[in-house]
Design a protein. Structure first.
Length: 210
């Protein structure tokens, strides 16, 4: 959990959801960046029920792949509920996720109801379009230009959200790869796109949560 040194009397909170390698230093740093912007950032380890994220990234990927998504989603919803009821926080809660975490951010938007005010997904494989009718949160969706696997489902998901009258904003970043925001991955990181997407993310959270 990262708490801003100077903040509103009761700041809003944003749950940070990691990639398919588990809770890494990059994910923890995203929570720090949220605190710099005035939010309480909470990066949890979805592998905690199974011993936590291992040092071996390949092992972490295997563990993520073996997770019971229903149980993991329930853990995420419970965390959002917990954040929304903390007396030192404002009660408004957002979520931001990356890769596997982007898919989970979408999934939490489907399952958290009115508890979740704003959800942001970075290159997250979307849920079935039929689930859009259950979304109550405003949605910000970032997609990498060359991420064909994820992008194949992006259009139907966004169309369904719009049909359900959800406040949804989609941004595509031409020429970028999946995980372009992760500055710990030299092969995929794109500084210009990452900075632009992050600026949009912070502006979105400030609009919806403050």
């Amino acid at each position: 959990m990262a708490i801003p040194r100077k903040h509103a009397k009761k700041p809003a909170a944003v749950l940070v959801i990691h990639e398919n390698r588990g809770l890494q230093p990059y994910t923890r740093d995203v929570a720090r960046r949220l605190a710099i912007a005035g939010f309480v950032g909470l990066a949890i380890d979805f592998l905690a029920p199974h011993g936590g994220t291992p040092a071996d990234e390949d092992k972490a990927r295997q563990m993520i792949g073996a997770l019971d998504l229903g149980a993991a989603t329930a853990d995420g919803v419970a965390t959002l509920d917990w954040l929304s009821t903390q007396k030192l926080l404002s009660g408004k809660v957002g979520v931001v996720g990356f890769c596997w975490g982007g898919a989970m951010a979408d999934r939490l938007a489907v399952n958290a109801g009115a508890t979740l005010t704003a959800a942001c997904a970075f290159y997250g494989p979307p849920p079935p379009p039929a689930d859009a009718a259950r979304v109550k949160a405003a949605m910000l969706l970032h997609y990498a230009g060359t991420d064909d696997r994820v992008n194949a489902g992006a259009g139907p998901w966004v169309d369904a959200l719009r049909a359900a009258q959800v406040d949804v904003r989609r941004f595509d970043y031409p020429g970028t790869q999946h995980a372009f925001h992760n500055d710990s991955s030299a092969a995929r990181y794109d500084a210009q796109a990452a900075n632009l997407a992050w600026d949009r993310t912070i502006a979105f959270f400030k609009e919806k949560l403050t």
